[in-house]
Each structure stands twice: as C-alpha cells, then as structure tokens.
Design a protein around this ligand. Sequence first.
Ligand SMILES: [Zn+2]
Length: 321
Amino acid sequence: MSDPLTFLWPSVDTPEPRFTAGQIASWPADAVRQLDGLGILRRTDNAVHVVCPGCSEGHVEEVVPQTGPDGHTRFFIPCPESLRVEVPETLLLQWTVDFDALAVALAKALALRGHPKTIVPGRLWRLGKTPWQGANREVLFARGLGWPDGLTVTCHVGPNGRPIILVADQTPPDAVWAGRPPATIVLAQVAALGENGIEIDAVDVAARVNEADQRVATVMGLPVTGAEQKLAIRQQLKAEVRTHLEDDVLVASYKECGSYRKAADALTQQLGRKITKDKIGRAVLRAGGPDEVVQTADSPSVQRSVASQRRDGQKIICKSS
Ligand SMILES: [Zn+2]
C-alpha cells in the first residue's frame, strides 16, 4: 500500500482542499481510517456541483436541494437525457484537511519542545523547538508560501534564516523571504504514516537542514552562525590550501623535469591519478610563466608539499626519455 500521506501532500498548498466522496472511495481504506483517526481528514460542506450520475455524458451540474413537507432534503440536478436526476447525498459528501491537527501530528513526529501554536490562521504554525548544535531552532509548518500573499506569511518568520520550515511538497522560491531564506524541509520527502501517527526520520531531517543551510550560505555569500561559521571557514581554508598545494606540486614537477609532458607523466605515475600536461602548463602560467618559474628557488614548503602529495613521500623522479 502506498503511504496515505501521498494523497494528502498535493492538496496542502491548494487554498481550500476538498476531497470528494469519489476520491476518498479510491483511497485504500486504511489510509482513510488512519487520517481520520488523527483528525487530519475531516468532513466539510457538501459539494454544490457534481458529475451527473444518471447518464453517461459526464456533465457537471449545480445541485438543487429540495426540502419536502416532512423536512427531509433531497438533491437534484438537471440532465439533458433524463431532464432531472436525483443525486444521493453520499455523492455530495466532501472532506478537507484539518491543518491544526496536521500541525499537532508533525510536532509530535519530531518530538519538539513546547506546544504547537498558530501564528497565521490556516497558513503558519510554530510547532516547537529542536536542539541544534548547542542552541535551539524553531520549527514551523507553513502552507501557501508561493501564493500571491506569501509575504504576509513569511514576514512572521524573521530575517535571520534560523528557523526550520516544513512545507508539504513544494519548496518556495528564495524570493518569498524578506531576509535570509530559512532551511526548508519538504515533508513529502521525509514523512510517512505509521501505526502511531506521522513518522519523520530526525537524522534525515538534520542532514537536509545542514544541506539547506549550506546552500543558503553559498547563495547569499553569507557566513553561518557560531559553530557552523567556523566549520564553513575551515572548509574554505582547506579548499584554498588544496589548490595552492596542487599548484606548488605541479610547478615543482615542471622545474624538476623541464617539460610539461615529462612533468605530467612523472606526476601521473607518482600521485596515482591522471595529471595532464595542460594542467601543468596552466599552473606554470599562474606562477608567472616558465622563465619566472625556472628562476625561482623552491621554498622548503614546496618541497614538503611535493612529498606530502606522494604516496611514499619521495621526491619526484623524472624519466629522461
Ligand atoms: Zn445526465
């Protein structure tokens, strides 16, 4: 059986989700029972338009209720074939999503601290707090962030990008956020319905939050805060050192061997990965060109870096041929 929540997510970001009796009947019975049990699925007003059940034309008509002298209401639609068709009330029943109940189920699934609270009715809920690298982060559930009035919702989230936002199945564009976009988690990718309610893999969510934080930091060119900032700086330093080290090694091998091709062959063999002569050439150019390179004495750090990139720690050996 497919996860019952897969029936739910696509409707979360529609303004007034309605499931007809026909749709509900096509879902697995277990799905309906579970969602109903959690209070997430609930009955709402009857449909005012239906597909004609009296002919094969498939025409949609407005339902006309008629209350008899006994107080009993019956429902009819016009039909080109039968003139008038009575529609059983069971065909008019509709269900919707109780988003407050969904918010409660999500907070429970993530074992958050505190109680869910509505911030913007029907649109934004503060679910609680989750510990995050020595501090707390607020977790919110939002819907309709991509609607024309999305900014009236996102303005309640704050500009620092700290909260974690849960959305149904669509990541809103960065433009909906007035400040730094918060980490957005797509529920359709992490949530499933278990016997005891919605289940969310917290480790998976943490990994996705990390990824989202880093993406935003890259897009915004902004440092992350605290420990994350230090980590980001360390990673950037490492990358720079790696590039620098690589250039030093390429240039040193050229000096040793005297030609791009020989240097490339020697390094390829000794580093155990393919180094092209063009790569050597570009590094030499970055270092000021062949003349400049040959005249510059090797520094002790270059000698060390050459050795450190080799598996056996030995000096580069050029073949004479
Ligand atoms: Zn008809």
